[in-house]
Design a protein around this ligand. Structure first.
Ligand SMILES: O=C(O)CCC(=O)C(=O)O
Length: 293
């Protein structure tokens, strides 16, 4: 019930924020905040600057755990591999029909997964992309079932929870064209398609997309286990391509800027559980990314 109320509230807010005059002042406030934050932006290595540049120009950057070389990669992978066989599609698949998530209790049993999303190196990359302090909304481990259902996030959409949403996606198994890769249209193409469809929010079927643009233009993020995708999901049309042969196992980490006013994100119940259970384990620095509201 609360979730439905939240959705209605968000829809109304989005309508108000879409009004040209409201949007004009919000854009100015955003630009001012970004300008003021420039002196505080963390320094990045050249390879991380590359990730930010790709996010800014294409809306997406692909790398791998090996290339990132983050210390906690090993714990993350070990935990994911241990948890993977225990995700229970039979019981929680009924709700969505195409995806099963690791439960909050399971994620709490393997905190290394949630904690990986708080790695300072990742947060610095995202802060440089956003130009503002980062809010971490948490992690979820999902199994996308090979059943070709075209629903929810398997439909084309642009995330509208905030003006900039960043998702980091890690593949836990090898993902090819038949295993449900993350698909997207690069930023400039997204703008063209959004214009011709007069798109502002919501889901678009693949049939409609195909009538607007050749599927040859779709970009599929295929890659072996350990592939890491940084996606600016509020700037690109994207979807999970329905898997045909094998289920896809992937972990998603969600981020936005901390500016509460524009934000339509409902911090997940799971993240709340982490806040309660792990408060004393977070460093002061880490707390700022999750206790910012
Ligand atoms: O499953 C996918 O690859 C896409 C997920 C998605 O669309 C989203 O998280 O917004």
């Amino acid at each position: 019930m609360l979730r439905i109320l939240h959705k209605i509230q968000n829809k109304t807010l989005r309508r108000i924020q879409g009004l040209p005059i409201v949007k004009y002042y919000a854009d100015i406030a955003h630009q001012t905040a970004v300008q003021e934050h420039i002196p505080y932006l963390p320094n990045l290595s050249n390879s991380d600057i590359n990730i930010v540049k790709k996010l800014q120009t294409q809306g997406l950057a692909i790398t791998s755990l090996a290339e990132l070389g983050i210390e906690s990669n090993l714990q993350l992978l070990q935990s994911a591999k241990k948890l993977l066989p225990h995700i229970q599609p039979d019981t929680n698949i009924k709700k969505h029909g195409f995806v099963a998530h690791a439960s909050a209790a399971q994620m709490l049993e393997y905190p290394e997964i949630f904690l990986w999303g708080l790695e300072q190196r990742l947060l610095n990359i995202i802060e440089n992309y956003l130009g503002l302090p980062v809010a971490y909304h948490g992690a979820y481990f999902r199994q996308d079932i090979a059943n070709q259902l075209e629903q929810g996030s398997r439909l084309w959409h642009i995330d509208t929870e905030d003006r900039q949403v960043i998702k980091i996606i890690i593949y836990i198994n090898d993902v090819d064209e038949n295993t449900g890769p993350f698909q997207y249209l690069p930023q400039t193409l997204t703008l063209e398609v959004a214009k011709s469809l007069n798109y502002s929010s919501g889901y678009i079927t693949n049939q409609t997309m195909q009538n607007t643009i050749s599927p040859a233009q779709y970009q599929s993020c295929v890659g072996s286990a350990g592939t890491v995708i940084f996606a600016a999901t509020s700037s690109i049309f994207h979807r999970g391509k329905p898997p045909t042969l094998n289920d896809r196992f992937a972990i998603f980490f969600d981020y936005t800027a901390r500016r509460k006013k524009d934000l339509h994100y409902t911090t997940s119940a799971l993240t709340h559980e982490f806040l309660v259970n792990y408060y004393h384990h977070f460093s002061e620095q880490q707390k700022q990314y999750i206790y910012w509201q």
